[in-house]
Design a protein around this ligand. Structure first.
Ligand code: ADP
Ligand code: MG
Length: 488
């Protein structure tokens, strides 16, 4: 077990309590209650229907695909799907909210409960409970950078479907919070219910943080840090915020329940507004929308059609392919990794070799180039060709590393590089024998030393033979033949 995360103050030791509210933009072609397209990068206000603009008399119509995506997400986190749920109006004024309310779900969400298994360093895992998942509309965007005098409004995002996924306050360290966000993102991407793009804000997170003295079982007053858009920032924000609260409490102060912002440039959080309460929003069921009723059979069908998710994949890789828990975690962490791996297996690669070459060799090189696997110049089939050359003894593992470098540089195939550079491994016994004989006759004194018990010299002979064959001799054969000759 790893050490619990603790903050040592001047008057004692403190524990951190964290609950996350994640907003995930639903993958769908049109918005939650209108037919306007969900598409970004267009000119402002191109994708806005009269419903989204809050024109009088316009009526919302629910998008079945968005409901389906929320249900599939609920099933993916092992939650209860509520066959009856309600859409409420959350009332507040903001310039980018033309209706004056956001349609959300308050008392009766579409999904309740659920769990996310988080992966911690060293192969440990922990189950974090999810409180609920509900559907709601996104707001528009105020643009302040175009004019010193005016703010402009872009409603392209207004009405786009979001899933809000709320965790129980069960996370106990910045690392656990980071692991939770990573895992939830991975599940959403496997399900194809959200694209997981945190840079674009399509997945963002509010962190609720409080602290309490070690041993205390009641919760302290929390602060909510809004709209954190990367795992790294989330961890930094929590670390800073917990430390800030400890300092206030140790100085005899109290924590004001408030909403705070994380400033990535300073690594600090600062006050945005003091806490608003639910009654301030005057939630009530939207009279334009009937309660949402869905059918058990439909849910069952969606459940049967779910793809294999990361935890199941991980277990299968360990059981069927003998991968270590660590390697299986790395490969299943993102769907794009697992897809790459499975394409190599389908092409005939040995699973362990495929895993080693992906995570050990390819990932390191892509990292240096700053590339995602989806942009890898070496495709799964190209890496598979190289791994199969190792499998059938055409090249040694050592030579294969230089071949992979050349593949990344030139875009050529493994076979082409091996042919052009004459890298085919020497597995011809007589050629290896000849090299061994030459090395033995050139080093009579070393041979005598070896025979008199200096076993360590074996490595020297291997090195000389490999040198004589320009690294191309099959290392296992060199070992066997050398042992035989030196024991004569
Ligand atoms: P609200 O809707 O007002 O933000 P919720 O009760 O829905 O309040 O809680 C929101 C989030 O805050 C949840 O993720 C929950 O786990 C977390 N949370 C609640 N109390 C605490 C606390 N004392 N410390 C840290 N997190 C908390
Ligand atoms: Mg909240």
């Amino acid at each position: 077990m790893s050490q619990p995360y603790r903050i040592s103050g001047t008057t004692g030791v403190w524990e951190v309590v964290i609950g996350l509210e994640v907003h995930a933009q639903v993958n769908s072609r049109s918005k939650l209650f209108s037919g306007a397209p969900v598409s970004f990068g267009d000119e402002p206000n191109q994708n806005v229907s009269l419903v989204d603009a809050g024109m009088p008399g316009m009526l919302p119509v629910i998008n079945r695909i968005c409901v389906e995506q929320a249900v599939r997400t609920g099933l993916g986190i092992n939650a209860r799907i509520n066959l009856h749920s309600i859409f409420d109006r959350k009332n507040y004024f903001y310039a980018d909210l033309p209706t004056g309310y956001q349609i959300s779900q308050f008392s009766d969400p579409i999904v309740s409960g659920g769990e996310v298994v988080i992966d911690l360093p060293g192969g440990e895992s922990r189950t974090i409970n999810v409180t609920r998942l509900h559907l709601e509309q996104d707001a528009g965007k105020s643009l302040h950078e175009y004019s010193p005098q005016f703010s402009y409004i872009d409603l392209n995002r207004a009405g786009v479907a979001l899933m809000e996924i709320v965790s129980e306050p069960e996370l106990r360290s910045p690392e656990e919070a980071g692991a939770y966000l990573k895992k939830l993102r991975s599940i959403l991407m496997y399900l194809d219910t959200c694209d997981g793009d945190m840079d674009k804000g399509n997945l963002r997170c509010d962190a609720n943080v409080s602290v309490r003295r070690e041993g205390v079982t009641t919760f302290g007053t929390r602060c909510e840090i809004k709209n954190v858009n990367s795992v790294r920032f989330l961890m930094k924000a929590i670390e800073f915020e917990a430390q800030r609260q400890v300092e206030i409490l140790e100085a005899g102060g109290v924590i004001d329940q408030e909403t705070r912002l994380f400033d990535a440039s300073t690594g600090e959080t600062r006050t945005m507004r003091s806490k608003e309460d639910a009654h301030d929003y005057r939630y009530f069921p939207d009279p334009d929308l009937l309660p949402l009723e869905i059918e058990e059979e439909w849910v069952a069908k969606l459940r049967a059609d779910l793809p294999e998710l990361p935890d199941a994949k991980k277990a299968r890789y360990c059981a069927n392919y003998g991968l270590s828990v660590y390697d299986a975690s790395v490969i299943t962490a993102e769907k794009s990794f697992a897809d790459y791996f499975e394409a190599m297996l389908a092409d005939g690669c040995d699973p362990k070799l495929a895993s080693n070459w992906m995570t050990g060799e390819l990932f390191g090189r892509l990292n240096k180039l700053g590339l995602e696997i989806t942009a890898s110049p070496v495709s799964a089939l190209a890496l598979s060709e190289l791994v199969k050359l190792i499998q059938d003894n055409t090249v040694s593992g050592k030579i294969a590393k230089t071949v992979l470098d050349a593949m990344l540089e030139s875009g050529k195939s493994a076979k082409q590089i091996v042919d052009e550079q004459g890298l085919v491994q020497v597995t011809d016994t007589s050629a290896i024998d000849a090299a061994i004989d030459a090395v033995i006759s050139a080093n009579p004194d070393k041979v005598a030393e070896y025979k008199s018990g200096k076993d360590k010299l074996f490595g020297f002979f291997v090195g000389q033979v490999m040198k004589a064959t320009e690294g191309k001799a099959n290392p296992a054969m060199v070992n066997d033949l050398l042992k035989a000759k030196l024991s004569l």
